[in-house]
Design a protein. Sequence first.
Length: 305
Amino acid sequence: MNAVASALIPIFGVIVLGWALRRSGLVRKELWLGVNTLSYQALLPALLFSTISRADYAGLPAGPFLIAVTLGFLVMGVICLALKPLPVDGPAYTSLFQGGVRWNGFVLLALAASAFGAEGGALAALVFAPTVPLINVMCVVVLTLWGASDVKPDARRVAMRIVTNPLIIACLLGALANALGLFQTGPVADTAALAGRAALPLILMAIGAGLDFSALKARPQLLSLSISLKLILAPLVFIVLGRMFGVEGVPLMLLAAIGSTPGAAASYVLASELGGDTRLMAGHVTATTLLAFLAMPFWIWVAGL
């Protein structure tokens, strides 16, 4: 068993634990919202700040890597837009679009350090800064145009949500601290590191708690297409772009991992708010979470050839 598969087993084990806790009723359904909020607003930002602020980026291809990542999501957005002529209703199309471009960065963070070492963990943390605003803008625009909701998002409100996003702020502060040599050791660094260690287990359990197997029956043909976009086409796009920009070794394998991560639970929330097909979105997140256990090791292996 290779290192990637070995690293994925405990990750998916914690996801299964979260599902079991919800199904058993040991942790009530309404409590998972608080777990998500705590992780997103405090614990994950602490992890990103701690990782980026103390990482050694000397010699790492951070520039080409981030360019390839950003272009990868843009290319997937263009490909998904090209599918608009398909004979599907607007809400279903928006969920197909989200399925093709949204990714679960939390699974990547959990995998990166254990499978790729400090280099992988440092680069994985950087990805959030450019991709969070880009993906949110693309998805909000598509849902605004083709979603079924009468509530259209205000551009200023969307911009404020991006500017005040705790993940982006943590990335920027971490990069600033890294550049200035601040908080490398001491109480602030130790506090951020300690809080950050609680982030990934809680987030992974929350992912498991949100799995909805009944949604796998919703629109099977569209679901198959959205899964193919996420777990077959996207990793191929990221690997090709990485090679075009001279990315190789661990950073290229990390690009493959980004492309083949499962769908993000946030896509279901956005579909609920702006009139997407929530059942299709729930099915996509559930199916890709399960199938990523096979897809991620395969595409990482391809990138390492």
